[in-house]
Design a protein. Structure first.
Length: 83
């Protein structure tokens, strides 16, 4: 152990322990950009089977998606009943 406590014997800047976590946001961003360049997100979503996705997701998530979709679909008709 060093005089600085639990740091590695050569200081806090040597070693691999901090490199991957420090680079995680950039690595994730780069991965998403690469995949978006290879695959169309819209086409992929259209190919998904809605029933299988609903079976995979927890019930509260599915309920929230249904409620949000229904409110979006019904929004154009919300003012029709008002006099």
């Amino acid at each position: 152990c060093s005089e600085l406590g639990d740091l590695p014997p050569f200081g806090p800047f040597l070693g691999w322990q901090g490199i991957v976590p420090a680079k995680a946001p950039r690595m994730a961003r780069d991965l998403v950009q690469t995949v978006e360049g290879l695959v169309s997100v819209d086409d992929t979503l259209l190919k998904l089977d809605a029933r299988k996705v609903a079976d995979f997701l927890p019930a509260p998530v599915v309920g929230g998606v249904v409620a949000k979709s229904a409110s979006g679909l019904l929004a154009p008709f919300s003012g029709l009943g008002a006099a």
